[in-house]
Write a protein that binds this ligand. Structure first.
Ligand SMILES: CC(C)(COP(=O)(O)OP(=O)(O)OC[C@H]1O[C@@H](n2cnc3c(N)ncnc32)[C@H](O)[C@@H]1OP(=O)(O)O)[C@@H](O)C(=O)NCCC(=O)NCCS
Length: 180
């Protein structure tokens, strides 16, 4: 896929050599507790990234997870992506994480807006969902800022790092997407 460019960011395909930056945000103590899965050793991180890079060329690709790079500093600071979850209804699930040293600048809202636009305009999606815990205020706010609506609250349905959590489900439909 082509890279996406926003005011401050480039969203591009991951490369094998990105693993150290990926390991830095996946093991960031402020980020890791919110991620259902994150690598726990450098070796695991490298092999996960190898899989992702190989998957980019799969004709039946379902993962569109991109690296978020600060345009000016050329620094990889996080990820934002879509996973195709239901081809019949053209649905994908949004996922994202940012190293905590870059929180609070509006970067993820910028990245998610570009990714959702790509999902609707290029991947021809009809429905994009996002799932987070009720305690994850920043993630909730990111989804609200791009006009996603909360459509569900599932109780004690998910295990994150050994803890059973509730899930809030947010969604936006193609016909509601008016930003670009
Ligand atoms: C969620 C996350 C990606 C947000 O990244 P970010 O670049 O800081 O997000 P933005 O700056 O675009 O927007 C964050 C919004 O949440 C708000 N916010 C952040 N922390 C908050 C808190 N504790 N209470 C209330 N609002 C909060 C910010 O003020 C901002 O809203 P505003 O623009 O209306 O002021 C980042 O916190 C992160 O990586 N968290 C850990 C991983 C994660 O939770 N991933 C999602 C799993 S579902």
């Amino acid at each position: 896929m082509k890279q996406l460019t926003t005011t401050h960011l480039t969203l591009r395909e991951f490369e094998r050599t990105d693993w150290q930056a990926v390991y830095a945000y996946e093991t960031d103590p402020q980020v890791a507790p919110y991620l259902a899965y994150s690598s726990s050793t450098p070796d695991e991180c490298q092999s996960d990234l190898d899989f992702l890079v190989e998957h980019q060329h799969d004709p039946h690709r379902i993962l569109f997870h991109l690296a978020i790079v600060l345009r000016r500093q050329k620094q990889l600071i996080g990820t934002c992506g879509l996973k195709l979850t239901n081809r019949e209804v053209h649905e994908a699930e949004l996922g994202y994480a940012l190293h905590s040293s870059h929180w609070g600048h509006g970067y993820m809202t910028e990245a998610v807006r570009a990714m959702v636009n790509y999902g609707f305009k290029t991947l021809q999606l009809q429905r994009i969902i996002g799932i987070c815990t009720p305690e994850n205020t920043a993630s909730i706010r990111v989804m609200q800022k791009i006009s996603m609506q909360q459509e569900g609250h599932l109780r004690a349905n998910k295990m994150i790092k050994g803890v059973i959590c509730d899930s809030l489900i947010f969604s936006i439909l193609e016909r509601e997407w008016k930003i670009f």
